[in-house]
Design a protein around this ligand. Structure first.
Ligand SMILES: Cc1ncc(COP(=O)(O)O)c(C=O)c1O
Length: 373
């Protein structure tokens, strides 16, 4: 990355917060000005065809990066909202006695809240205890009682960086006729994902983190084999098979995932997200992954002895979640702050994320900060 034209606007200091917000690609503002603001400026309401083509482009980019069909994606407000929409779309099937949603207690809380918000519709949240490893297949098996309708699997956990064994857990789910939802918030853009390998029922994600697309561009992917059995509740004219029919007495669900769309769609976050995904695809997710792992290993090689957790780089995402005893944690946080490092803390660990715009020099600097503690 050195001596080259920078591809991203990286805040001054050392930016290690890509698990929260990925950096802005250099071209985003000019591309968005052209694709979103100029048509608005020049054509007002006649900008819609161009604006809607942004959504088409967005779904196309998702299809390309995750090896899936663009028709199977639909924009969503957020990941939790997408999960809520999906659960509500199940209608009468599964039946009333099969409405439990299973996830590990270290899933992102917002997904658990989404299920709790549907308690009055008969859904119940069931958690695998946080002291059980998220990849403990026996635990998933034991927890998949007959009442479990849906299992939510976090591809990469935000507070540990741990990668889930999607294929193995999904296989258990399929054997028990439990639907699988995978949350790719912390893996999209950093871990190569091939949706054909997973054959999940649903995948939910957003573009704000490793895809460098900014907040607001959530999405859902629905397995085309089951989409016609889903009846979303939160619908609007863009969920209709023909949005421009304008007959209030006739509603027919759109074919495929777009039935999850709703009313007049939001465009601006997707205009920005398209640029992020294009930039990430151009660099290549496997190149980003390899670069991130190289930097992570520099840090880990010289810090592992200080840690109270064990990190296996091949079983984690782009974030090093370094657990330390409290005294060391405070000193490290202090030193990192003094050195202008962007990072955050969760429970007893410090989260440091390594993207393509981070450098070996930065990784060595973090390793040195440890040595000076
Ligand atoms: C694993 C994971 N899932 C989901 C989210 C966010 O979900 P939502 O888009 O509903 O805010 C995050 C945010 O940090 C996350 O780390």
């Amino acid at each position: 990355m050195h001596n080259e034209v920078p591809l991203f606007s990286v805040p001054k200091g050392m930016y290690l917060l890509s698990h929260s917000v990925g950096c802005l690609p250099m071209q985003t503002s000019s591309v968005v000005a052209k694709s979103y603001f100029t048509p608005w400026q020049q054509k007002g309401g006649d900008a819609w065809p161009e604006w809607l083509s942004i959504i088409e482009q967005f779904c196309h980019e998702l299809g390309m990066i995750f090896n899936a069909n663009e028709a199977d994606f639909c924009p969503q407000l957020s990941i939790s909202s997408a999960l809520s929409q999906y659960l509500q779309s199940l209608g009468q099937q599964p039946n009333k006695s099969k409405r439990t949603v299973l996830m590990h207690a270290t899933a992102f809380p917002s997904l658990g809240f989404a299920v709790q918000g549907l308690e009055k519709y008969g859904f119940t949240l069931k958690l695998i205890d946080k002291d059980i490893a998220p990849n403990d297949l026996d635990a998933w098996q034991v927890h998949m009682t007959d009442d479990v309708a849906v299992a939510v699997i976090t591809h990469v956990h935000s507070n540990s960086g741990e990668l889930s064994k999607i294929v193995e857990i999904s296989k258990l789910c399929r054997a028990k006729k439990v639907r699988v939802v995978v949350d790719i918030a912390q893996s999209a853009g950093i871990i190569p994902i091939d949706l054909q390998d997973w054959q999940a029922d649903v995948v939910v994600g957003s573009c704000v983190k490793w895809l460098c697309g900014g907040p607001g561009a959530g999405f859902i992917w629905i397995n085309p084999a089951h989409v016609d059995e889903l009846w979303p509740k939160n619908i609007g004219w863009f969920s209709h098979e023909n949005p421009f029919e304008f007959d209030i007495e006739h509603f027919a669900y759109a074919k495929g995932a777009k039935r999850f769309w709703g009313g007049t769609p939001s465009i601006l976050p997707y205009a920005s997200a398209v640029v992020g995904i294009q930039q990430i695809r151009k660099i290549g997710v496997s190149n980003i992954y390899a670069h991130s792992k190289k930097l992570q290993s520099i840090v880990l090689n010289s810090t592992a002895t200080y840690l109270t957790n064990t990190i296996k780089l091949e079983e984690s995402g782009g974030t090093l979640c370094l657990a330390l005893n409290n005294n060391l944690l405070d000193r490290l946080a202090n030193e990192l702050t003094q050195s202008n490092v962007y990072f955050d803390r969760r429970e007893n660990s410090i989260r440091l994320s390594w993207h393509i715009y981070n450098t070996e020099q930065e990784a060595r600097k973090v390793a040195n900060i440890f040595h000076c503690l």
